[in-house]
Design a binder for this molecule. Structure first.
Ligand code: FAD
Length: 451
């Protein structure tokens, strides 16, 4: 194949003729792109720096699977538990105020397409689906740069001897720490306020059968996704904590703005330890042993920081393109990674059919993404980070305390009539938000989170 560059004369780019497309990174976005292209008849090389796909991956995590279910025979996927309960807690120093959602429908397949997974197993299985479709997977190989010819991207450099590989299309699916894309000036380095750091531990409970079922009130394959905010979760930082139940382990972690991590006098590890010892959290993880510790950055720039997604000969997908929604209620990157890989793979297959490699020929990818839930969801919450930053003290410190005080007052058991308790409870919240006017303004400001 000798693809045309959108009407420009094509100099001989010396493709190796072995592969039509090279995918950098066998995470969810990369494997989705590889699988989609292989299904469309392209010869695909998928390059992963880890010893196996997922070996280097860190996440909470709940994997949201509507697109993977469409792309694969999902019955064989290595899932831990389906999410049967989502719980949102405000933590002040010693108090917890929580809301729990556990609809009966989530117990029925397909379980709201929300499953806890361990990425080491899940990413390996997903990459295997791409391999079964014809993709060549190479592991323990790091892409160190891109090869250009007349400005066009025509291949990759790797850390292997004779490690240059040329092909008409390169998909950059390297995750949030996107050194190759940044090194090739395909995207700017994210500013610190647009990046969070996540640290996570996987805990096991040696010799304690059924401990997860008992502590989290679970039966069979049901699991939970618990989210925590407020100073009891991550001090005065902008972020929160999480607990997810796996089959026989628990994932616990905190994620907050890197700027706060740099400014704070305690390390992310110490913040996680403080979260683990909060009175509302400690009983859930008592007698646990840490079997895995990991840390990673999360792009949080939202819609505004999506870079140009296509270039002559290349497309950027998943976290590398900043496609993560984190608004306090939703932390979703897995579904966006797969969706973007799928659309990029389709656009490349179509361009390959037409024998074209230019950015214009790949424009079908950003166009499809724009119409999909990915960009629509990111745009819907684009305003939110600035609003939360402006209300930071209120949301992370004053409100959790006020709700705890209100709850304490409302249910106080003494010989005073309930009317006085209710009035004190109301006062605690209104004082924090600036009276009825402040409450109305706050509700108006954040209405889009729930409506
Ligand atoms: C602490 C934390 C908690 C999270 N929790 C959730 C959650 O509960 N639910 C959710 O939906 N999302 C969550 N996310 C976000 C989610 O993990 C990401 O959005 C998702 O993994 C992005 O997939 P990806 O394929 O784009 O990138 P990644 O999963 O990061 O995959 C990138 C792959 O590329 C490889 N790679 C990188 N550079 C190179 C190179 N130069 N050469 C070769 N290979 C390379 C890496 O080894 C990796 O395998 C969380 C993230 C973090 C950090």
């Amino acid at each position: 194949m000798t693809p045309e560059l959108d009407g420009d004369a094509v100099a001989d780019p010396n493709y190796d003729d072995e592969f039509d497309a090279i995918v950098v990174g066998a995470g969810l976005a990369g494997s989705a792109a590889a699988l989609t292209m292989a299904n469309r008849g392209l010869e695909v090389l998928l390059i992963e720096r880890g010893s196996s796909p997922g070996a280097k991956n860190v996440f909470g995590g709940v994997c949201y699977t509507p697109t993977i279910r469409e792309l694969t025979d999902f019955d064989g996927a290595p899932l831990e538990r389906y999410v049967a309960e989502r719980r949102f807690s405000m933590l002040s120093r010693n108090d917890e105020t929580a809301v729990s959602i556990s609809p009966g429908e989530w117990h029925e397949a397909p379980h709201n397409d929300s499953y806890t997974v361990l990425r080491g197993e899940f990413d390996e299985w997903f990459a295997e689906q791409a391999v079964e479709a014809g993709t060549t997977l190479v592991t323990s190989t790091t892409v160190t740069g891109l090869v250009r010819k007349n400005g066009r991207i025509v291949g990759v450099e790797t850390d292997r001897p004779d490690g240059t590989i040329r092909a008409p299309y390169v998909v950059l699916a390297e995750g949030g720490n996107s050194l190759v894309s940044e090194g090739a000036d395909l995207k700017a380095t994210e500013t610190r306020e647009n990046v969070a750091v996540g640290v996570k531990e996987v805990l096991e409970f040696p010799g304690r059968d059924e401990v997860i079922e008992d502590r989290f009130r679970l039966t069979d394959d049901a699991g939970v996704s618990y989210h925590y905010f407020g100073e009891g979760a991550v001090g005065d930082a902008f972020g929160g904590g999480f607990i997810y139940t796996n089959d026989d382990t628990v994932s616990i972690g905190v994620a907050y703005r890197i700027e706060d991590a740099v400014a704070a006098d305690q390390s992310p590890e110490a913040t996680l330890n403080a979260f683990k010892s909060h009175p509302a959290v400690a009983p859930l993880v008592r007698d646990a042993r840490t079997v895995e510790y990991s840390a990673k950055t999360i792009p949080e720039g939202g819609a505004e920081s999506i870079p140009d997604l296509v270039h002559d000969g290349a497309a950027i997908v998943g976290d590398a393109a900043g496609l993560v929604l984190n608004n306090g209620v939703h932390l979703e990157g897995t579904n966006m990674a797969v969706e973007s890989g799928y659309h990029a793979g389709n656009a490349i297959a179509r361009a390959a059919d037409q024998g074209r490699v230019g950015a214009k020929a790949l424009q079908a990818y950003p166009d499809a993404l724009e119409r999909s839930f990915v960009v629509q969801n990111l745009e819907r919450y684009a305003w939110m980070m600035d609003a939360v930053e402006a209300d930071r003290d209120l949301l992370f410190e004053d409100l959790p305390r006020a709700f705890a005080d209100a709850g304490t007052e409302y249910f106080r058991m003494d010989r005073t009539p309930k009317e006085a308790h209710a009035e004190n409870a109301k006062r605690a919240v209104l004082d924090a938000v600036g009276g009825w006017t402040g409450a109305a303004k706050l509700a108006l400001r954040y209405r889009k989170v729930v409506t």
